[in-house]
Design a protein around this ligand. Structure first.
Ligand SMILES: [Zn+2]
Length: 61
């Protein structure tokens, strides 16, 4: 199954519902990915407003 990106929180998901924000709006076109393992201490995570661990897309549309 192709991975897609949640429009709301940018999390990369395979499910039909985003496990992070429970949203169901997704983008299938995205570029780059970052893994946030420790959201409290991740500079990138803070910059992107990420509040939970997971994989996120850098760019999506
Ligand atoms: Zn989400």
């Amino acid at each position: 199954m192709k991975k897609k990106v949640c429009r709301n929180c940018k999390r990369i998901v395979e499910e039909e519902t985003c496990p992070g924000c429970k949203g169901n709006q997704f983008n299938s076109t995205w570029q780059g990915r970052i893994s946030v393992l420790d959201s409290k201490n991740s500079v990138v995570g803070r910059k992107m407003g990420i509040s939970s661990e997971g994989e996120y897309a850098i760019k999506s549309r």
